[in-house]
Design a protein around this ligand. Structure first.
Ligand SMILES: [Zn+2]
Length: 152
């Protein structure tokens, strides 16, 4: 899940730390007392380390979210492609009652007539059934899920 709110909180914390760095640096510049300068330098270093740590955390979160967004975009593209592709097929009953998805007339786009596996279709995958002729009829086999249907 993309947690944008958590990422924004991390960036806010990093910005706050950087504000502390700026305040510590300003206080350091205004100091004249050697011991106080040393204390302010220590405070400044701590603030810089804290800000750096928070920025690294924020960067890591942002990169993870970017990866997730890219993954989701690819998934959407796959689903849209499948949605267009599945419209080219219709559920067909072959003798003696086996069901396959057949290429709709007028939707061939230059492809030869063929059937695709009903099980794989339900999984959102196009898998063309390959025919094997036998004495019992024509056996259609799905290379992906190994489903077999015999019809005549
Ligand atoms: Zn299949």
């Amino acid at each position: 899940m993309v947690d944008v709110a958590a990422s924004l909180q991390t960036f806010h914390a990093a910005a706050k730390s950087l504000q502390s760095v700026a305040q510590a640096a300003k206080a350091l510049i205004e100091q004249r007392d050697e011991s106080k300068i040393h204390a302010k330098v220590t405070e400044l270093n701590s603030a810089i380390v804290e800000a750096h740590s928070q920025l690294l955390t924020a960067q890591t979160a942002a990169l993870a979210q970017l990866g997730r967004v890219k993954e989701l975009e690819q998934r959407i593209t796959r689903l849209e492609t499948w949605e267009r592709e599945r419209q080219r097929y219709e559920l067909t009953r072959l003798n003696p009652g086996v069901l396959v998805y057949s290429l709709r007339p007028g939707m061939a786009n230059g492809e030869p007539r063929h059937d695709i596996c009903a099980r794989c279709y339900e999984d959102g995958i196009k898998s063309i059934l390959q025919p094997e002729h036998s004495t019992a009829g024509i056996k259609l086999r799905c290379a992906r899920c190994q489903a077999e249907v015999t019809h005549w």
